[in-house]
Design a protein around this ligand. Structure first.
Ligand SMILES: [Zn+2]
Ligand SMILES: [Zn+2]
Length: 255
């Protein structure tokens, strides 16, 4: 039996992260699957970093922030919980090495329909599986809980090491930081000491990697940056000192 779920509206909750940056989160999604969407306002265009699971619409939440400016949406990597809403954006980018992850679908919402790799992910990260369904609400009354899967899409452009994303009054440079996935990137605003790291580094939860040697190299690179604030793919933001502490702990686990 699929439980009757209420309609959750709006689907995303917005939190001011300071410095012209807004964090958007999905309050009705199982906490393990929840990820951060970051909106950065620029004078010429806005930047969206990651797009969450794609269960409910992201674009209305972004439109409310972007004031009609063009929006560049960039996925820090191709995992389902960061690219689900990417299809909603006309300008959607990722690193070439994760491009083929975008059309694979992936997530299912009923616990009994979870693919094996997702059950293994819950175990790796030490999160309890949902009892029946990975939602506490649905985005609309007609939502098909049993039939839904991650909306597939294709990138309209690729980003790579050294590319600049110019928003007008501020600019981000792409750092290719493989290890969590082959095409993982970070976006660094050097002038403001601000970085978006996706799943290359976050705090308060276990990290994951598919290439330990590449991951260690990427972590050491991040450790050497002069950073004031880190906005990561999951959980809270943190400062440069905590970044270095988190990197050191991860390097110990990697051995
Ligand atoms: Zn990931
Ligand atoms: Zn993630």
């Amino acid at each position: 039996m699929i439980p009757e779920l209420p309609v959750g509206h709006p689907w995303f909750a917005a939190q001011d992260a300071g410095g012209g940056i807004t964090r958007l989160i999905e309050p009705y999604v199982d906490p393990f699957l929840g990820s951060n969407v970051w909106h950065v306002a620029g004078t010429e265009r806005d930047l969206v970093v990651d797009t969450a699971n794609g269960i409910g619409p992201l674009l209305p939440a972004v439109d409310a922030l972007s004031g009609g400016r063009p929006v560049v949406a960039i996925a820090t990597h191709g995992h389902f919980d960061h690219v689900g809403g990417l299809h909603e954006f006309d300008d959607r980018r990722c690193h070439r090495e994760d491009a083929d992850m975008l059309d694979q679908g992936g997530l299912r919402l009923l616990r009994d329909a979870f693919p094996d790799w997702l059950v293994e992910d819950y175990a790796w990260y030490g999160s309890p599986l949902p009892d029946v369904v990975a939602l506490s609400a649905v985005p609309d009354a007609d939502f098909d809980v049993a039939g839904w899967t991650t909306p597939p899409t294709e990138a309209t452009a690729f980003v790579d090491e050294g590319d600049a994303i110019d928003l007008g009054d501020r600019s981000f440079v792409v750092l290719h930081t493989p290890g969590h996935s082959p095409g993982s990137i970070c976006l660094l605003d050097d002038a403001n000491g601000t970085i978006f790291t996706g799943d290359a580094i976050y705090v308060d939860a276990r990290l994951g990697w598919d290439d330990p040697a590449a991951f260690a190299t990427s972590l050491l690179r991040l450790r050497g940056l002069d950073i004031r604030v880190v906005h990561s793919g999951h959980g809270r933001s943190f400062d440069g000192a905590e970044l270095r502490t988190a990197v050191d702990a991860a390097l110990r686990e990697l051995g």
